[in-house]
Design a binder for this molecule. Structure first.
Ligand code: DC
Length: 222
């Protein structure tokens, strides 16, 4: 019997990961944050002094890099060459680097293959940008979660400030950072962020998380 694979795509700050985690918990299945894998690859490049935009220098690094994710006590841990880097990949520099490095097709091919292997072996909810269009396009369960850029910036800022970060960044600056990342993610040539015609649209601008989670769950047949 094929495994239950659920794809939740959308731009940064729309609430995808919160919704995906809650859906996975409710169904008692695995949750995979695919963005963390791009972040780990970006960290790898930055540590090596390589610009994540520089494909010619990223490619040799990619060949010798191993990235995998593992669920420990219900929480995803992301490993870079065996080192748990989960606590190091949420900085603004890594966010930008991940978006840049994700433009390189070979990076995407490699990480998508790891993600597909997980989908072939287990029931899983994956969140990302092109899960429904490129990683597991055969799944009948595709969702596109979005919200206005103003609302996404407001949420991201609140989240980061709660952690004591970004205290000197304004709402406007956050909005333009998010808009720039949307642009990079949705205009790249290979597997861009886009809503598939068969993906259910969930706009969380004025919707709370429990309602969005119910909207996803109501469409899943086991
Ligand atoms: O979801 P996130 O903010 O952690 O993702 C960081 C970047 O990684 C995002 O700007 C684009 C890239 N990404 C991607 O291209 N495909 C994915 N499935 C997940 C993330």
């Amino acid at each position: 019997m094929p495994f239950l694979n659920i794809a939740i795509d959308g731009p940064a700050g729309a609430g995808k990961s919160t919704i995906a985690k809650a859906v996975a918990k409710e169904l008692g299945i695995l949750y995979l944050d695919t963005g963390a894998m791009y972040r780990a690859m970006a960290l790898c490049a930055l540590r090596a002094g390589v610009d994540p935009n520089d494909a010619a220098r990223v490619l040799p690094l990619l060949e010798v890099t191993d990235i995998f994710a593992k669920c420990i006590d219900g929480v995803q841990h992301t490993f870079l060459n065996g080192e748990d880097v989960s606590g190091l990949i949420r900085t603004p520099e890594v966010s930008k680097g991940a978006s840049d490095i994700a433009v390189i097709p070979a990076v995407r091919v490699k990480l998508a293959q790891t993600q597909r292997n997980i989908a072939m072996e287990s029931d899983v909810v994956m969140d990302g940008r092109e899960i429904g269009s490129y990683v597991i396009p055969q799944t009948p369960y595709k969702f596109f979660v979005t919200a206005s850029v103003e609302e996404r910036a407001r949420r991201r800022l609140a989240e980061l400030r709660e952690k004591g970060q970004y205290n000197d960044v304004s709402q406007e600056e956050m909005q333009s950072e998010i808009a720039a990342r949307d642009h990079t993610d949705s205009t790249r040539a290979f597997a861009p962020l886009k809503r598939m015609p068969d993906a259910v649209l969930i706009d969380t601008t004025d919707m709370d998380i429990p309602t969005a989670v119910r909207a996803v769950l109501s469409r899943i047949k086991r």
